[in-house]
Design a protein around this ligand. Structure first.
Ligand SMILES: Cc1cc2nc3c(=O)[nH]c(=O)nc-3n(C[C@H](O)[C@H](O)[C@H](O)COP(=O)(O)OP(=O)(O)OC[C@H]3O[C@@H](n4cnc5c(N)ncnc54)[C@H](O)[C@@H]3O)c2cc1C
Length: 503
């Protein structure tokens, strides 16, 4: 029989990236007993820990309206001023708290604190230290497999530990902060982001929003996983014969993809002057490691580029939040960070990185505070039975994802003609069960990726227009009738509804 450890807590946080650690910190500061479970090692795992995060930190509230207007336009008119204002105010408050807690922010040239830059590795190490100091119990290398549910409420979760033993945490409130889904494309830090939280939330009855906007790709040297986009701002793209590839789309990666589908594309950061080169090298050190290791000077020598699917990590869809306390459609379940839909602040396109990390910090803080308040209001503890979780065959599911979800032909240049056969194959795979359950966590993640892909493609078929990241060649224009957020729920089949955009 498999060993199982069972414990009770007030708040359970699933995922230990920025969203999860901020949720845990605020729940603990509000007096809750908190357990945090991470699939890998909290402090080094996830999209932020591996990279630099520029943060949407706009200290002057007078320009918040202009910030909203810019994102509203680039995101296809689906974001809301109320959410944006609350997010920008929340980011100021939490970043100032981070400084008060002692995080060594870099300084600007004038000697002021540069709140807009977080260095992923030391930021996340710092967050781990803070939550431990606040009394949070951390379960590392302990992927969540499923949520516990009783009478329509989420009452904790269960998972597996590195030694193969099982764990169960009974909680009054649960925060899902398992990140987005990048479909194991290898983009820096994202191979843990397989949509496990999405699947568990969907099984519990949560709904999703904006899943059609989950086709973000990151530019990288073809030999590298580092999809840091900033240096590419100064890039010239060429074909093999040296002809320039013009950037004619809102997103440069889309212009590159148009050519890359059929032939190699090369880049060189030749538009960066000496000052910018110095600044890029000091601020984005890890972006240059792959070049240094290969002996390439990317400012003078061209190199082949590739695109890696970042899915909902830098796309915008995810679990639908019902209110600013980050409650989902299911009582007792909260969501934060990339796991939650960011549409209310950026619509159908992130349009440059920084809102993502602000979203993770602020929604994490809101979710942690709200979950701990919810926990205080509960009386008798409900202990639910742990059901077996549904699994999918590991390698066949991954292969299908590689073929039909990484594919720019299907996922980027969309039409019913390419999406329909792909989603039918994903549906067929969804009905398959693995021959044995030996690779429990992997088989669960394989199923989660199939689930997120099906949500994304079904939503893409449902939105019969082109808006922001979602571009359909069979519906090229924008439709006024679709100026709403698309909400989807279900498992074997899906139901759609619409959320109006508040002004
Ligand atoms: C290369 C790159 C550069 C980026 N640069 C920027 C930037 O400059 N500015 C910006 O705003 N944003 C940036 N982003 C996006 C930003 O990193 C993310 O928005 C942010 O990390 C989201 O935080 P999170 O906590 O929601 O997810 P993550 O940081 O991905 O953390 C998710 C955590 O959940 C854990 N987890 C997953 N599944 C399970 C499970 N089953 N059980 C338990 N735990 C689980 C993972 O191990 C991980 O620790 C970048 C992303 C990438 C990939």
């Amino acid at each position: 029989m498999t060993d199982i450890s069972i414990q009770d807590t007030d708040v359970l946080v699933l995922g230990g990236g920025p969203a999860g650690t901020w949720a845990a910190l605020h729940a603990a500061r509000n007096g809750a007993r908190v357990v945090l479970a991470d699939k890998a090692y909290c402090g080094t795992s996830g999209a932020a820990a591996a990279s630099n995060n520029n943060v949407w930190y706009i200290p002057n509230p007078a320009v918040h309206e202009a910030e909203f207007a810019a994102r509203f336009a680039s995101g296809g008119g689906l974001s809301e001023p109320g959410w944006t204002a609350a997010l920008l105010e929340g980011a100021i408050e939490q970043l100032h708290l981070l400084a008060k807690l002692g995080y060594p922010f870099p300084k600007t040239e004038t000697g002021d604190i540069n709140y807009a830059t977080l260095r992923g590795p030391d930021y996340m190490r710092f967050m781990r230290l803070q939550i431990r100091r606040a009394g949070v119990q951390i379960l590392d290398h302990s992927p969540m497999l499923g949520l516990l549910q009783q009478d329509g409420r989420v009452v904790g979760a269960h998972g597996v530990s590195r030694d193969g033993s099982r764990w169960q945490v009974n909680a009054f409130a649960t925060v899902l902060a398992t990140g987005g889904c990048a479909f194991m494309s290898g983009a820096l830090g994202t191979n843990v982001n397989t949509g496990d939280g999405h699947l568990a939330a969907g099984e519990a009855g949560a709904r999703f929003s904006g899943m059609e906007f989950s086709n973000q790709y990151g530019l990288a040297a073809s030999h590298s996983s580092v999809t840091k986009g900033l240096p590419f701002v100064w890039s010239t793209y060429t074909r093999e014969d040296g002809t320039v590839v013009p950037v004619t789309d809102d997103e440069p990666f889309v212009s590159v993809a148009r050519v890359l589908i059929d032939e190699p594309v090369f880049a060189v950061f030749d538009r960066a002057n000496a000052n910018i080169q110095r600044w890029l090298r000091s601020g984005q050190a890890n972006a240059f490691l792959p070049f240094d290791r290969m002996g390439i000077d990317p400012f003078t020598q061209r190199f082949p580029v590739g695109l890696r699917l970042e899915g909902t990590v830098r796309g915008t869809g995810g679990i639908r939040l019902c209110a600013r306390d980050c409650a989902t459609d299911v009582p007792g379940l909260y969501a934060a960070g990339d796991a939650a839909s960011r549409e209310t602040v950026v619509g159908g396109r992130t349009g440059g990185g920084s809102p993502n990390s602000a979203w993770a910090i602020v929604t994490g803080s809101w979710a942690g505070a709200a979950a701990s308040e919810f926990a205080k209001r509960q009386g008798t503890r409900i202990v639910a039975r742990r059901d077996d979780v549904a699994l999918s065959p590991v390698e066949p599911s991954r292969e299908l994802i590689r073929q039909h979800v990484w594919s720019m032909r299907t996922n980027l240049f969309r039409s019913a003609a390419v999406l329909t056969p792909a989603v039918n194959l994903l549906d067929d795979a969804w009905r398959e069960t693995p021959a044995d359950a030996a690779q429990l966590a992997e088989a669960r993640s394989a199923r989660a990726m199939l689930y997120v892909a099906r949500l994304a493609y079904r939503s893409a078929l449902q939105r019969k227009e082109s808006r922001a990241l979602h571009q359909r060649s069979d519906h090229p224009g924008r439709s006024d009738a679709m100026r709403h957020r698309l909400v989807v729920g279900g498992l074997d089949s899906f139901e759609f509804s619409a959320d109006a955009v508040a002004t």
